[in-house]
Design a protein around this ligand. Sequence first.
Ligand code: HEM
Length: 500
Amino acid sequence: MGVGTSTLTKYVVLVVGLIIAYKASTVIYNLFFHPLHKFPGPKLYGASTLPWAIRHATGSQAFYTQKLHDRYGPVVRIGPGHLSFTDPRAWKDIYGHRVGAESSAAEMSKAPTFNRVVRHIPPSIINADREEHSRFRRALSHGFSDSAMRQQEPMIAQYIDLLLKRLHEECGEGKTKLNVEAWYNWTTFDIVGNLVFGQSFHCLENVNYHPWIEFIFRSVRFGAVMVAMTYVGLGDLVQILVKLGRNAVLRVRKYTDDMVRARLAMEKERDDLFEGLVKRREEWNLSFEKLSSTAFILVLAGSETTATTLSGATYLLLTHPEIMERLKQEVRSAFSSVDDININSVNKLSYMLAILNEALRLYPPVTSGLVRVVPPGGEQIAGHFVAGGTFVEVQHWSMNHSKDNWKDPWTFNPERFLTTPEEAAKAGNKLDALQAFNVGPRNCIGRNLAYAEMRMILARIVYDFDLKLSDESQKWIERQRSFALWDRIPLYAYLTPVKR
Ligand code: HEM
């Protein structure tokens, strides 16, 4: 018995010793022999994947990476095989079309570690391979065209009308504080629900989130933990955890599937975002699961981001009264009645557009996480040779707060967007550093829709109300965490109807 125990102890010591030796040799390799070992960055981050993963899982990764850029410059090694860039040339080098490459390598591919952590969910537009992605993109393009948006305008306006009606009912003539961040989200969810499924989530009617939407919020946080685990090599464990938490996942999938089924059963053609896919479904043999995954992504991508930007813009306006005043003047003098506010007429509000762009800079809806893999053979990125297989990314939060790109990067100053790029550059602002919708073949397909919605909603609110920030919402941005998407907290304000 004594002999058996001591043999077991020896084995345990041996195995533990081997693991320690393996880990130590990996650290030595990462620090001194890895192809990225000369790139600047903290030694701990170059040595191991763990520090990045912990930051990511706890919602502080994007903020910390920005600080690293301040310290180390426009390229930083944030993991053993992982680089972050803040040189604006990196946008095209990482996300753009790769000129002259074979068709299969015409873009740097997305990294499954960040994009397909749950392996059994069929790919959607956001993580399909290049060929399938371009088919998704072609099919969806009509639904996002200017002509389709003109057809969609009455439906979009109907929800904005309902938002305004509700705000008038609920604001208590400026005495009741309202969580405007939730109101924006209810509106954008209802709009995109209708544009994808042909029915809204009834958030504005019920003055509440739909359970499906609450699940999305939770999955953003859980998603970050799953990415972090996959990053440190625990991808298989993630699959087991997902199976254990299956009920919630299945419930949401069932709900999405039911809505897609109801949409497919509609006999009349709809000029919405989904019709293109419905039409080509049989021709491409597109499975129901892929259709449903893409519907889910369209709803998430089309609502969260727009509501985030509107909330950020509103907070920044509420904390900068002189800028709010100038916006009020622009909006209230541009229209003689609320009926004049539409997709076309909001285009003339150039100061409001500058405000939205400055809000996208200071509070980007996607702070980080758009990681690509350098193809075999390596690639030049922003003047650096980067070895094949490296994870590379531009993090919006870092790019948008870089002092190399912006004069006074932490100051809310919409004026910087009111000049030509050349004049802006002389004043220290590289306007092309802001790419809130990304560039290249996988950029945001909903950009025009997003601007149309945001301009109409903000114009209607500023036309109808004077707003005041509630004290508890001071330092609203600084108090939030970000898991690539923001874990937004309520934004309370008082809305007083303008007397006319
Ligand atoms: C302010 C609002 C928005 C911002 C900042 C934004 C930002 C982005 C970004 C950065 C990407 C690239 C993601 C990647 O590289 O993986 C993206 C992709 C995408 N966005 Fe948006 N988005 C916004 C609004 C919308 C809207 C309203 C829709 C409409 C449904 C939408 C639908 C999509 C889709 C489907 C993709 C995937 C495109 C592809 O892979 O080809 N987005 N968005």
